[in-house]
Design a binder for this molecule. Structure first.
Ligand code: CUA
Length: 126
């Protein structure tokens, strides 16, 4: 049993250190920082290229909020200020405009707390 564990450990090291080994998922996605605050997101417009994977890091500047990308199945709880941030990855495979909105009741302006995620067609062009 010990020998087997050792073998597994060596194999793991070899996999990690193999020359030219690709990272698990290719290049790290571009990180986009988003701030939520009553009652808006900043930036309120996020632009990505079609096919580009981005990592959204969303933090709050006050209370708890939510972050839902309508039609994309993304729905996160954003911890209140000072309690870290929510992370999700998004790849816009279809060009277009996607609404994102707060999905947690946060006050009188909750229903107006939204923005748009723009997926530019063609990828790589500005
Ligand atoms: Cu922020 Cu609801």
């Amino acid at each position: 049993m010990t020998a087997r564990a050792t073998f597994a450990a060596i194999l793991l090291v070899l996999l990690v250190s193999a020359p030219g080994a690709a990272p698990t998922q290719g290049p790290a996605p571009r990180v986009i920082e988003v701030t939520a605050e009553r009652f808006e997101f900043w930036p309120s417009e996020i632009r990505v290229d079609q096919g580009e994977e981005v990592e959204l890091r969303i933090r709050s500047d006050d209370t708890m909020h939510g972050f839902r990308i309508v039609g994309a199945g993304t729905n996160l709880l954003i911890p209140k200020r000072g309690k870290g941030y929510a992370v999700t990855r998004f790849t816009g495979s279809t060009a277009g405009r996607y609404t994102f909105e707060c999905s947690r009741m946060c006050g009188a302006g909750h229903n107006f707390m939204r923005g748009v995620l723009v997926v530019r067609p063609g990828g790589g062009t500005q």
